[in-house]
Design a protein around this ligand. Sequence first.
Ligand code: DGT
Ligand code: CA
Ligand code: CA
Ligand code: ZN
Length: 594
Amino acid sequence: MNKDIAQALQEIATLMKLTGENDFRSMAFDRAARNIESFQGDLSELIENQQLSTIKGIGKSIANDILQYTRTGTIPVLEKLREKVSPELMQWLDIPGLGPKKIHAIHQNLAITRLDQLKTACEDGRVASLPGMGKKTAEKILLSISWMEQHSKRCRIDEATKIAHLFIDELKKSEHVHDISVAGSLRRALETIGDIDILLSSDSEHASKIMDQFVRFHQVTEIIGKGDTKSSVRTTSGRQVDLRIVEPRHFHAALLYFTGSKEHNIVLRKRARSRDLVLNEYGLYPISQEINPGETSPLPIQSESDIYHRLDLHFIPPEMREDYFEFDLFEAIVDATARTEGKPDQELVSSHDLKGVIHLHTRWSDGNNSIEEMANACIKQGYQYMCVTDHSRSAAYAGGLTIEQVYAQWKEIDRVNNELEKIGSPFRILKGTETDILADGTLDYPDELLKGFDLVIASVHSGIDMPADKMLDRLKKAVSNRYTHIIGHPTGRLLLRREGNKVDLEKLIPFAADYHTAMEINANPWRLDLDWRYGGVIRSTGLMSVICPDAHDISGLDHMIYGIGTARKAGLAPAQVLNTLSLKDLSDWLNQKQ
Ligand code: DGT
Ligand code: CA
Ligand code: CA
Ligand code: ZN
């Protein structure tokens, strides 16, 4: 619960070291950060009663900073420090093993701020010659930089989606574009994206003009490669976009090929071969013919589906093409003699199945919109209900609700529901909470209060570094609490930022399924937590999942789509997703729990 305050204090300590300020002061913030982080009691109470200085290492001045933080979400000294340090230098902090003190020394002595300058200075011996550094340090920094560059090559799916849309909208302006689609990992809705792949078809005489249009687009800062069928560019935001242009008759085979994954394609090609066919990016060919796309005619293919059907598979949705579960789920031959027709057993959940929004924050805690504003946005998007789940009292940093505030919020929800009823709207707002799971696995509100909520999400927000077995016990306790309906963002991971907790989900998921406690697929593109790779155990145990936007404002509702992608990757049918239930069925499900 105290993590955000601790983080702000830690940032102050770090920035002070970066700017070479008095060691003593930065160490004081360092210590305060650590003590706040490990503090087990009720911080909000201490803050209210102005007793913060009873915590070790918190003097009057830092207590005042914390108070500022809880009121305004920031601290003046932090803001001042942030202004002093250039964003380029801040990047150096991401280099593993390079601490703020060393950064300050290098920056100060060599007067450099950019990453490429640091690299050069490591290579030409300037870093090595600084007092207390030496050759080994310089080599280590170089290694770390290359590690960091490897890892920042990927980006979150929302970032990639936005970029892809910009390019597709631009390319669609050409009247010569027949079909256009994203391909690669983005089409597969992978949780992080390497480069963005776009495929389009056009008659070959227009290809080079379209390529010109592509590389001249104002989002492009660098042309990595340019040809008539393939070009790659770097965007102003630093991402790589690959465009491939094929002839219209090759589009479906090419889309299949460039969607991947590579592993999925390998299996498809093997299946083709064992049926005396050859599958490549141009089409599906009888094996006896020479494979030369200009001269031989492929089997007639009107869609990706046609290719799958030829290979005795049901159409495999792009999200599942990872060679993970899909070939078991979409096999079309049941036994050697009988060929199944029609749909596979597994119909994947899709956006039109979702009836309501669960897990959103309002201005009551750390959200940016009111209950009414969120409700109106949900109504506009066609939902039947939403469940407000603001933070609980221990989450002081996120404006967690005191017991009195919970009662006040319920009143407000009743009022808005009454108004909805009056105007004849069927839309309803459920009373929920995202309550912290405390270190011992208990929930953050007393039972009498928990009982009164329509829906309880229980989430870990602090102490996520616990050893795996302790974390499993902690989460099991929350799962088996009779008031818990849903476990929120089960691992707490932040993609490309921080690993989640170490809980063994292969154990927790069956346990939750036994207790009829649902687990969240948090759709926030930072999280996508549960991970789709647990689809097998989710399906086999019958765990109820729930796709939640964890929205902190109206635009956060748009995250839903990434959660749907994750659920589809996991191979989940609508029946295994709680918010596909109508309001009535959801209420029955929630009530049978308690
Ligand atoms: P990424 O970009 O790392 O997130 O992942 P992908 O899957 O988008 O990979 P990418 O961009 O290298 O290639 C896009 C698709 O093109 C890939 O999923 C399958 C296909 N592809 C590319 N190179 C090869 C290859 O060498 N062999 C095969 N079988 N397929 C390839
Ligand atoms: Ca890619
Ligand atoms: Ca690519
Ligand atoms: Zn949360």
